[in-house]
Design a protein around this ligand. Structure first.
Ligand code: DC
Length: 231
């Protein structure tokens, strides 16, 4: 797999910061829990770069499906990934992963990708490579990074860790409301029981249950905790 960096010029550039001073806010949690909404709100609030790591696992899955690779076949997935050309670009305050020069866009949310992504995400070589890429994104400055293993594996030393969850029925309803078919409990089971970097609340993570909250209430809660932790 080949990867290089590139920054798209944009109307409101995120100030570049020396990596030593960059801050990471880690947002982990279950599918449909509302972690994306929180992450986007925080990135806007602080002017940090938003990174959706789920989209990266989806991009690798999409690439495999495009090539007719069976996502149950780890060796075939690894081979497809080795031949994949990727590039991370900063666009409108968020990182976009380009594959062979193109942004897969909405195709990342297709039913086929959603059904297969947990199979790809359990392959250790895929995780090792993506974790390395995710750490490298600090070159873009301070980050709000969302996923499943950000506080536990990717940036375990950040003091700013959150674990976001909601009732399963509420989460399935939110995904359906967004127009997506998503068996959230099946994915969570696969994501929580895999051998490598399963979905867990990292030690020190602040737990947020969004079941009964509006996005504004959740954002206020998280901002208050960040303030308490010194951000
Ligand atoms: O957040 P999402 O639903 O788009 O994530 C898609 C899948 O990627 C999810 O089922 C689990 C996996 N994933 C992961 O294993 N680790 C991450 N840091 C992010 C996502």
């Amino acid at each position: 797999m080949k990867s290089s960096e590139s920054e798209i010029s944009e109307a409101k550039p995120v100030p570049a910061q020396p990596a030593g001073h960059a801050v990471v806010i880690a947002i982990d949690g279950t599918s449909g829990s509302g972690k994306s909404t929180v992450a986007k709100a925080l990135a806007r609030h602080f002017g940090f770069v938003h990174v959706d790591t789920g989209a990266m696992y989806r991009a690798v899955t999409w690439h495999c499906l495009q090539r007719g690779v069976d996502c149950n076949d780890a060796a075939a997935v690894e081979r497809a990934m080795a031949g994949m050309q990727s590039e991370f670009r900063l666009s409108n305050g968020r990182i976009v992963m380009f594959i062979h020069g193109a942004d897969p866009g909405e195709a990342l949310r297709s039913e086929a990708v959603t059904q297969n992504v947990s199979l790809v995400a359990r392959i250790p070589e895929v995780r090792a490579w993506l974790v390395e890429q995710q750490r490298g994104l600090l070159r873009f400055g301070s980050l709000v990074m969302e996923g499943r293993d950000i506080g536990s594996v990717v940036f375990p030393d950040t003091p700013f860790k959150f674990y976001v969850d909601a009732d399963p029925a509420e989460r399935a309803a939110r995904r359906a409301g967004d127009g997506y078919t998503d068996q959230v409990t099946r994915r969570d089971r696969l994501d929580s029981t895999r051998a490598v970097s399963p979905l867990v609340a990292a030690p020190g993570a602040f737990f947020v249950d969004t079941s009964k909250n509006t996005p504004q209430q959740t954002a206020a809660l998280v901002l208050a905790e960040l303030k308490r932790r010194g951000l």
